[in-house]
Design a binder for this molecule. Structure first.
Ligand SMILES: *Cc1c(COP(=O)(O)O)cnc(C)c1O
Length: 395
């Protein structure tokens, strides 16, 4: 393929040049172990601490509240399991989350249910938002932790995080948010937004795969997830992924440089895509438009299957996703689309296009040229669509 239009930035992103440049020395000459006392070890230590300071600055946190992990999934596991296991000792065995979290949270909660925890999965509105009043009503004396994602990875809806955080603080319940999709696209301040714990991941913001962060507010104590050496102030064992940590520090700083300009550009591209695709008959936008990531487009096309759309787009050099990348390959429709009330058929015919900083207006124009043709061709071959058209004619 000589031409690739990459519209799957919510699945992963390309490593940026500045990140790769920042990482190179730590993959080559500067290989010292940050825990070693000789100078190349101490240079590595300084690089890790510099990256920690950059992450802290981006979140409005203190450097000592930032812990490097192996990925966003590990951060989510650590936050929820660590808090649950710590508070179980005080008789708190209830967890609150939402029905449309990433599987890193949902499967963590299911695993805790097997250990005897009780989990409330809050519903979301048809527009894809958690109602803070529902969080308030669900909190009980034995609630250990509330975990609500900052922005949904499939439909891009941004949750009322500060308000949910305020309620949790009032009720003295710890509040964790999976901000993997929000970081770099939304301004985050853990102090102002009442966040106790926050997960993020490197590869969603142009750093490498295999590095993440868990922010843990000072004064919040959770059980360790990884046991071993004394790294990360004895809270996350394992020799630091030095180069990737440096890359993550660079990536998060880049993400908030010229931020407003980037958001404005992404929003314009997103809206052009949404408006263009909604011209196709029998389509709907999934997720509300107002509080929505500037990078997310999610559209259902009635009468056809998402997998078919993806294959045809791939043949035309467009990389996209139907539902989330982690669930494609399974035949179940997306739990996120079911949570906002779509029926199975409509959920199956959905397409997620996620923009990134390397996308151009030409990419969007190309997608708007290819997608309507693909949809038309697939519908022409679809018995479901033909049946729909027959019914429509009868009415
Ligand atoms: C990608 C993603 C994760 C998982 O992050 P990894 O670093 O791939 O483990 C968790 N939550 C959300 C919302 C995501 O989009």
């Amino acid at each position: 393929m000589d031409h690739l239009v990459y519209l799957d930035n919510s699945a992963t992103t390309k490593i940026s040049d500045s990140v790769l440049q920042a990482m190179m020395p730590w993959l080559t000459e500067n290989y010292g172990n940050p825990s070693s006392l000789y100078s190349i070890g101490q240079e590595s230590r300084a690089a890790v601490e510099e990256a920690r300071a950059r992450v802290a600055a981006a979140l409005g946190a203190k450097p000592r509240e930032i812990y490097f992990t192996g990925c966003g999934t590990e951060s989510d596991n650590w936050a929820v399991k660590g808090a649950a296991r710590r508070l179980a000792a005080r008789g708190k065995k209830h967890i609150i989350t939402s029905a449309f979290e990433h599987h890193a949270i949902l499967h963590t909660c299911q695993s805790l249910e097997k250990e005897g925890f009780e989990v409330t999965y809050l519903p979301v509105s048809s527009e894809g938002y958690v109602d803070p009043a529902d969080v308030e009503k669900a909190i009980r004396p034995d609630t250990a932790i509330v975990s609500i994602m900052y922005a949904n990875n499939e439909i891009g809806t941004i949750q009322p995080i500060a308000e949910i955080g305020r309620i949790c603080r009032e009720k003295k319940v710890w509040f964790h948010t999976d901000a993997v999709q929000a970081v770099g696209n939304v301004r985050i301040n853990v102090e102002e937004q009442n966040i106790d714990m926050l997960s993020l991941s490197g590869h969603k913001i142009h750093a490498p795969k295999g590095v993440g962060v868990l922010y843990i507010r000072q004064g919040v104590f959770i059980d360790n997830f990884m046991d071993g050496g004394a790294q990360e102030t004895r809270h996350r064992a394992g020799t630091e992924n030095l180069a990737s940590i440096v890359g993550l520090g660079q990536a998060i700083e880049d993400a908030y440089t010229n931020f407003d300009e980037k958001v404005a550009r992404m929003t314009a591209l997103r809206d052009k895509l949404i408006d263009g695709l909604l011209q196709i008959p029998h389509t709907r936008l999934n997720g509300g438009r107002e509080h929505r990531l500037c990078t997310n487009v999610n559209i259902s096309f009635e009468g056809i299957e998402g997998e078919g759309i993806l294959l045809w787009l791939d043949l035309n050099g467009i990389a996209a996703s139907s539902g989330s990348a982690c669930t494609s390959g399974s035949l179940d429709p997306s739990h996120v689309l079911l949570a906002i009330g779509l029926d199975h058929g409509t959920a199956h015919g959905s397409l997620r296009l996620s923009l990134g900083k390397y996308n151009t207006e030409e990419d969007v124009d190309y997608a708007l040229q290819v997608i309507p043709t693909v949809i038309e061709r697939l519908r022409a071959m679809s018995p479901v669509w033909q049946q729909m058209m027959l019914e429509e004619q009868k009415n």
